[in-house]
Ligand binder design. Structure first.
Ligand SMILES: Cc1cc2nc3c(=O)[nH]c(=O)nc-3n(C[C@H](O)[C@H](O)[C@H](O)COP(=O)(O)OP(=O)(O)OC[C@H]3O[C@@H](n4cnc5c(N)ncnc54)[C@H](O)[C@@H]3O)c2cc1C
Length: 474
């Protein structure tokens, strides 16, 4: 395979955006674990946060909302950079990529105004498909699907490329590049219940850790308050914009409980709403109630949710819908600056895998698609292509075994869910770490999962005080 100037690992909105901008500077290869579209990005419902109407909104308020949700643990420079650049990226999507947003933005929790740009409730899919179309048509971009990153090739502290593998094939091969961009997304699938797809197990974090890149804030895992109750691992999200448009939460006694937990009620930051639901669930089921809205409004405004709720046997306009909080978003990751540069030369990270300092201890809703877009462009800004240097290296030995992967994944998911979840305590965290340290995964994917679970649990143990999504009951 011809070595590209820029190797991009991952094809969510961050990877595809980075690919389009990098392709202006040189040859790009996108490597992605599943199909081109499969990613958390494609399941995003609500939209992209961006201030585009200054009559009722301002950059200052978007900055203030982001800091408030993040418990002021954010990097203010990054927040300002994101807020000021997000509108340009929404314009880019609309005018250059062909995404057709609704005329008016919607509102989500912890935003002081309606500023979430959407295509009803399948916004991620609309953006992902439109970007994929442009990527496929770009002569400077090659795509390798069903191929996984194993390890980064780092020589004398400089990243030169990556070891890759076609899924189901035991042969591995190196690809060298001027720059390697990690866009591998988050790790929600390390939990038994999550909104994330199967690919989101933190492979990029594991590879970056082995390459000794600086990682930060892995313990800040956002639980989305309202997933539709079900048995599967990837659960259907009931978008926050439902609450933004007037849905309320009720406990087993039918009482609306959120106003007693926070003055913002159902529109409080996600960590607060998730913990309130978790607490109410000790007394029984918790429900989303949007029975005040009409069938016409709900089926037209939230067609995806309407369909999914229907498939589960409920009518959104007539029934109370059983919900619970599930793992949703990884706020921490590989530390980067405003151009996506990591602590390892030539290694960049963008999107959910990165820790830019934007989210602090808890992400403000709809800031992550904005982040994937803004930083997807920023990583390419100062790039220059040059002749790709290859290095002679001995191929590492890997062992692949799907049975081991599945068995280990189950143990890790159960342990993370029960002991490293919404409400944590030191005893549980120690027991979780103990479980992970006793596991002896033989297979590569299983080793990755255990490594990331250990890193998260150690980070949670190291943070002695509750902050945002990291809540200690002891
Ligand atoms: C149900 C749901 C709803 C959401 N709604 C919103 C919303 O309304 N607004 C918002 O801002 N955010 C939302 N989010 C969060 C947002 O979708 C994600 O944070 C964002 O899409 C992440 O984009 P990404 O490109 O960084 O990662 P992803 O979209 O997750 O893409 C990661 C890519 O990396 C690939 N990959 C992973 N490991 C490897 C490997 N080893 N080798 C090769 N490829 C690999 C994957 O296959 C995938 O292509 C939502 C998330 C979910 C799950």
């Amino acid at each position: 395979m011809q070595n590209p100037n820029f190797l991009i690992v991952g094809s969510g909105i961050a990877g595809l955006t980075a690919a389009l901008f990098c392709a202006k500077q040189g040859k790009v290869l996108i490597v992605t674990k599943s199909t081109l579209l499969e990613s958390s990005s494609r399941y995003a419902q609500a939209g992209v946060a961006a201030v585009r109407n200054f009559k009722w909104d301002s950059f200052e308020e978007h900055v203030a909302d982001t800091l408030e949700a993040g418990c002021h643990d954010n990097d203010k420079r990054t927040v300002k950079f994101l807020v000021e650049n997000a509108p340009k990226m929404v314009d880019w999507l609309e005018h250059k990529i062909g995404v057709k947003f609704q005329k008016e933005p919607t509102r989500e929790a912890a935003h002081s105004h309606s500023r979430v740009w959407n295509t009803k409730d399948s916004t991620g899919e609309a953006i992902e498909k439109a970007l994929a179309k442009k990527v496929r048509a770009n002569k400077n971009i090659k795509i390798l699907t069903q191929a996984s990153l194993l390890d980064l090739i780092v020589e004398k502290k400089v990243c030169r490329g990556a070891w890759l593998r076609l899924n189901g094939n035991n042969e591995i091969f190196p690809v060298f590049a001027n720059k390697i961009v990690l866009a591998t997304g988050g790790y929600g699938q390390l939990f038994a219940k999550s909104t994330n797809p199967e690919v989101s197990v933190g492979d990029g974090i594991a590879a970056a850790a082995r390459a000794r890149a600086k990682l930060k804030d892995l313990e800040f895992i956002q639980f989305h308050p309202t997933a539709l109750v079900g048995r599967q691992t990837r659960l259907t999200l009931l978008s926050e914009s439902l609450r933004g448009e007037g849905a309320v939460l009720r406990n087993a006694r039918g009482e609306r409980f959120m106003p007693t937990y926070n003055k913002a009620g159902e529109l409080a930051p996600r960590d607060i709403v998730s913990r309130a639901i978790f607490s109410e669930m000790k007394q029984g089921k918790v429900f989303l109630d949007f029975t005040r809205a009409s069938e016409k409004f709900l089926s037209e405004r939230f067609p995806l949710v309407w369909r999914e709720v229907g498939k589960a046997g409920f009518n959104l306009a007539k029934d109370l819908i059983p919900i619970f909080p599930v793992a949703h978003y990884s706020c921490g990751g590989v530390v980067t600056n405003l151009r996506g540069e990591t602590s390892v030369k030539n290694l960049l990270a963008v999107g959910e895998v990165a820790q830019t300092g934007l989210h602090g201890a808890n992400r403000l809703a709809s800031n992550s698609l904005a982040e994937a877009l803004v930083f997807g462009k920023a990583v390419a800004e100062k790039l220059k292509s040059s002749e790709v240097q290859t290095v002679t290296i001995k191929a590492p030995k890997y062992f692949f075994d799907t049975k081991d992967d599945v068995a280990v994944r189950k143990i890790v998911q159960k342990t993370m869910w029960e002991r490293v979840g919404i409400v944590r305590n030191t005893k549980d965290l120690r027991e979780a770490l103990n479980t992970f340290e006793k596991l002896e995964p033989r297979s590569f994917a299983a080793q990755n999962i255990v490594l990331v679970a250990r890193l998260i649990t150690k980070a949670a143990l190291a943070r002695k005080k509750s902050l945002g999504t990291h809540f200690l009951e002891d």
